[in-house]
Design a protein. Sequence first.
Length: 494
Amino acid sequence: MSGMRRTGVAVGIVAVAALLLPGAAAAHAVSGIDYRFPLPVWLYALAAGLAVLLSAPAASFAERATGSRTTRDFYRFVRPAHLGLIGTAILSLVLVDVLVGGFGGPDDFFENPATLVIWVDFWVGLGVVSALVGNIWDFISPLSAAGRLIERFLARRGAAVSAYPVRVGLWPATVFLLVWSWMELVWDQAKEPQTLALFVLGYIGVQLLAMVAFGTEVWLARGELFTVVARTLARFAPLEIYVRKPAGECRAALCVGDERIGCPACWLDAAPEDRGARLRLFGAGVRREAPLGPGGGTFVLALLSTVIYDGFSQTQQYARVQGFFLDRWNWLALHDTFLDTLLMAAIIGAFVLAFLLVVALVSRLEGAALADAARRYAPTLIPIAAVYFVSHYFLYLIYAGQFTYAAVFDPLGREWVPDVESPWKGVPGELVWYLQVALIVWGHVVAVFEAHRVSLRVDRGARRAAYAQIPLVLLMVGYTFTGLWVLGQVLAAP
């Protein structure tokens, strides 16, 4: 292990040890589970901020590292199991079940497979698995499988695809993410099973048409929301797919030269014996995989800020902010969706603006163009987005996921299987907080290290690279304080 990694681990241990002191304060509650924050929020935020801040000088002494330690390939051991085919078949059946329940099942959120499976098991599970394991979705997604089948069918008949505008990049996926997040966090009708089922059918239709127009692999990498989410968060994960001998050009038009790491299109195009899978250090994919492309930075920031908004919108502080506007404009009381939309947009805009201001300063210190600096440093925020997503949602997944069995096997609510009357709520409150804080500190430290490595590629001297990185480190410290402050707020009354 390099000196940088040893120092980073030591900093993380010190930070976590500082959190293991007694104390008491109010904390979040999830579905009736009341947790007590073992320490005042400011002390947690201070410890986490110091951990990130101290990791910057530690990283400045690191050696230039362009590679990463990886395990040996293990794909040949899992290949005979055909896990991708099995996963696709299972998810296809679940999709049919979700649509049946959406149009004909009960209205209760936890009893209908449309609402429960889509908003909890799928959306939350997708993010958690992608961040902590790897990009599994690309190989089990029924939508991706359907798009690839249609593309092969049309190719045999000589159908041509249109060129995808390079400048558009990931902006379609970013728009879909904002719409999806708005539906989840603001629009109450999206929790109605029939509305959600109609949206799913419409989304599938739009995605298949776009795949036909621009090519399946090109669109999956830029416009299919859940594929882009999985691939983005998987850059933080330890599972890495790669190709030993590339078979022609990258059909997704992302890879540069023979570097075919983390590219599902190239992996699927390669001969089975040339495919590989191995483990790497968490966060290594930030620099090892292909660039995000235009709009990628905004996508990462939108993913991060919408999770922050989700937590903030459930607190008493958010209710006070709402009250401030309602006291001055009474008509907003009749248009609360509009007010929540504005507040959500304001938080997303604040995160994007803060990043752009910091990157503008970094670009001046490096003597580089703003667009180039933003493109380089945007992926270094992925570890932060990944740990925020996991820390915010994992407990909800544990709790709400207990209702999945009954909802899936009884989509029409005919009492074919017994409902869950008393879901398990036995996760210790202090354990939840320790895990959340440890995750956030860990993700921010990884982000600082990766940002320093990116900076080393521009500035040859480690000292100059560390100097240019200071504004970005301060931004990450600010994100640390913001995230933990939100997690530590008292929930508003339901």
